[in-house]
Design a protein around this ligand. Structure first.
Ligand code: SF4
Ligand code: SF4
Length: 164
């Protein structure tokens, strides 16, 4: 898998124009069964993909932390919310709390997440490929295919399965 991860930015770059055109058309005319299809493609891909062999999302891009995430995770650490924020987070240019650094502080050398059961919502949902009305997050998906091999494969399969 490491080979695919290493080559992913290049693969994604090569496909960027094609993917952009596909998502522009998808947004204009999403098929009626899109939610259903995305669930199928997502489930099939994650049956084959072992995130513990990858963890590229945790290594290269951090999640944003909502207020609820901060409450839940600081409680888990028995820290005050402000203390948690000061220790691990900073505000980005869009005023969202994000990690001070990547790879994520909570990622172990075995690729396990040390806060898995309380991890941020954004981590739980990444790469968002089973999300309803998937066409609405195409801008995000265009970026995620360069980070996540599963998202890349799902988009390739989408292009095979959806004739626009
Ligand atoms: S969600 Fe994607 S990038 Fe993250 S560990 Fe799984 S396959 Fe890798
Ligand atoms: S909190 Fe856990 S799942 Fe989220 S980026 Fe960090 S290690 Fe990965």
């Amino acid at each position: 898998m490491q080979d695919q991860i290493d080559n992913l930015p290049k693969f994604a770059k090569d496909k960027h124009k094609e993917n952009k055109t596909f998502f522009t058309k998808l947004k204009k005319k999403p098929p009626k069964h899109l939610d259903y299809l995305m669930q199928e493609l997502h489930d099939n891909e994650f049956e084959r993909t072992d995130c513990l062999e990858c963890a590229n999302c945790c290594k290269t891009t951090g999640p944003l932390f909502t207020d609820k995430d901060i409450q839940r995770i600081s409680k888990f650490f028995k820290m005050k919310e402000q203390q948690f924020i000061e220790t691990y987070l900073h505000l980005d240019e869009e005023n969202d709390y994000v990690l001070k650094a990547v790879p994520c502080t909570f990622l172990g050398s075995d690729n396990y997440c040390s806060i898995y059961h309380v991890r941020p919502k954004a981590c739980q949902e990444f790469p968002h490929t089973d999300r309803k009305k998937f066409q609405q997050i195409s801008h995000l998906t265009l970026k995620n295919v360069a980070i996540c091999p599963a998202a890349y494969n799902i988009v390739e399969e989408m292009k095979r399965r959806i004739q626009l």
